[in-house]
Design a protein around this ligand. Structure first.
Ligand code: SAM
Length: 289
């Protein structure tokens, strides 16, 4: 039997200590990449045309493509939304601190590259629980000299661990506005009550003037997304599509920015949508009053 690949060996695995102006938690034990089973981060990377995926991921992703050929277009639209939303918050709203949970495999432009292009002193904390993202986190730690980036290997279901992590406390000041982004990650939390509680727990300690950005696959935009979620579940990945009403509920208590919760490609587009592809996800950004 071959030994599972380990993040102990990749040459781009981040080091255990301070790296430039980036902070990184010590990594005491090797992590098992489990390349024999499909992982959502690597399937998404495949949809985006990336190279950080393995046969099990590609096989599962190809299965999704047979039922949802728009997966690459929706994934690209999601990534483009992230870029526009982060740029808007940095350039037009003056946000200098970002907490991005469910970061994914580094894919240029990464969030810190977007916001530090606007304001080099921006600080960004990334969080993901997938070992492959941890193994490639070095690409997320390339902060501008006057800014700072950090990575936390943690689970979205544990907001307390994330918010109290030493690297978060050393990187962000929770007395100043923070833009929390949950981009294409809450659909891996199938229970509505639990998803809302995660959002509430993460936003509650942030001061007024903080922002919440969410994207989510949506079955009222494209009913095929229910079959997509079911296919992910068959691969052992809990996933659910939601609708506009459920997405709105996640923003309860916050003031949605224009144009509200809309299909990803309709949110403050740089240019009119170039194709007729139905994008199967919603995006929204809101301010904490
Ligand atoms: C579809 S990718 C989205 C990546 C990126 N946010 C984007 O939209 O381009 C979902 C990411 O969420 C991460 N993720 C899923 N469940 C998570 C959890 N419970 N805690 C932390 N990260 C999680 C996955 O590992 C993956 O990297």
């Amino acid at each position: 039997m071959t030994r599972p690949e380990s993040a102990d060996t990749p040459t781009d695995a981040p080091g255990p200590t301070m790296e430039g102006r980036s902070v990184f938690p010590p990594r005491a034990i090797p992590v098992d990449l489990r390349t024999d089973v499909a992982h959502t981060a690597r399937m998404y990377d495949y949809f985006l045309g990336g190279k950080t995926n393995y046969p099990a991921d590609r096989e599962a992703a190809e299965e999704i493509l047979t039922i949802y050929p728009n997966a690459p277009a929706t994934s690209r639209a999601n990534r483009a939304f992230m870029t526009r939303a982060a740029r808007h918050l940095a350039a037009d709203r003056g946000v200098r601190q970002f907490l991005d949970i469910g970061t994914g495999i580094p894919t240029p432009p990464n969030l810190h590259e977007v916001v530090q292009a606007v304001t080099p002193e921006s600080r960004v904390v990334y969080v993901d629980n997938d070992p492959i993202v941890l193994a490639h986190a070095r690409a997320l730690l390339t902060s501008a000299p006057t800014g700072r980036t950090a990575y936390i290997d943690a689970d979205l279901h544990d907001p307390t661990t994330i918010l109290s992590a030493d690297v978060l406390q050393a990187t962000l000041s929770l007395t100043k506005p923070v833009a929390l982004s949950l981009i294409a990650v809450l659909h891996f939390v199938p229970d509505d009550v639990e998803a809302a509680e995660i959002v509430r727990s993460l936003m509650e300690p942030l001061p007024a003037g903080s922002y919440l950005t969410i994207t989510h696959i949506a079955h009222d935009l494209d009913p095929t997304l229910d079959a997509v979620a079911a296919a992910y579940r068959q691969h052992g990945i809990p996933m659910v599509a939601r609708d506009h009403h459920q997405m709105t509920a996640l923003f309860t208590g916050y003031d949605l920015l224009e144009p509200g919760i809309v299909a990803l490609d309709r949110w403050q587009p740089d240019a009119p949508s170039p194709s007729d592809v139905v994008i199967g996800g919603y995006g929204g950004v809101a301010r904490k009053p």
